[in-house]
Design a protein around this ligand. Structure first.
Ligand SMILES: Nc1ncnc2c1ncn2[C@@H]1O[C@H](COP(=O)(O)OP(=O)(O)O)[C@@H](O)[C@H]1O
Length: 198
């Protein structure tokens, strides 16, 4: 992608829209996504833009989130209505499209699926999903050191490790798990089994 985007202006806008810790996390995801894009031969400008915008709706008020869902006909499940934090990714994709004027569907999908994952992800989608989990500011999840090393070599394996740890964490805390995350887990479990990655 040839970049017509003014990344400095986007960062400045995000700094206004996001709480400080969320803005710092965004810059960490940007740095990590650019590094992974270089290592895995993915368009660096696309990775940078998707990373910068992945959490652009994270700090919107609940009322604003509902308003955007109504305006753009985003359907919400009961579980999503009960945890509006879960839908910041879907809303972020709409904000990226209509406010930041992003047209590239791969970038918009990378934003949409950065929390849940999904089966059969593109390399860009994988990079944003993984970068969100391993950026340097993250320090709570288990196995981070190993996942960071694996991500430099094998996106599918790192993706699977994160899906697996996320499911374990959500189960252990008795939380709802988005079905798409289970589908992604099964999909990459099979891929790694048949390619000998496990
Ligand atoms: N696959 C999933 N299924 C259900 N809930 C999830 C899933 N992944 C994350 N969550 C929950 O959705 C919310 C947002 O997650 P996430 O985007 O990972 O947040 P953060 O970037 O703040 O760590 C959190 O409450 C988290 O526990």
């Amino acid at each position: 992608m040839q970049s017509n985007y003014d990344f400095t202006a986007i960062r400045n806008e995000l700094q206004k829209q996001l709480h400080k810790n969320r803005y710092d996390h965004t810059l960490g995801v940007e740095k990590t996504a650019v590094l992974l894009a270089k290592l895995h031969n993915v368009d660096i400008n696309k990775a940078r833009l998707a990373a910068l915008l992945h959490d652009c709706a994270k700090n919107l008020s609940d009322n604003k989130k509902i308003e955007i869902c109504k305006k753009y006909n985003i359907e919400l499940s009961c579980e999503e209505l009960n945890n509006l934090d879960l839908i910041h990714a879907k809303i972020g994709s709409v904000v990226a499209k209509y406010i930041y004027e992003v047209k590239d569907t791969d970038i918009l999908n990378a934003i949409t699926y950065h929390t849940t994952g999904k089966p059969n992800m593109t390399s860009l989608e994988k990079i944003i999903y993984i970068s969100d989990y391993i950026e340097p500011g993250r320090d709570k999840a288990p196995n981070l050191k190993e996942i960071r090393e694996v991500a430099n070599k094998d996106l599918d394996k790192a993706l699977f490790m994160i899906l697996s740890d996320t499911i374990d964490y959500l189960r252990a805390s008795n939380n709802y798990i988005v079905p798409l995350t289970m589908d992604a887990y099964e999909y990459y479990n099979n891929i790694l089994y048949y390619t000998g990655g496990k």
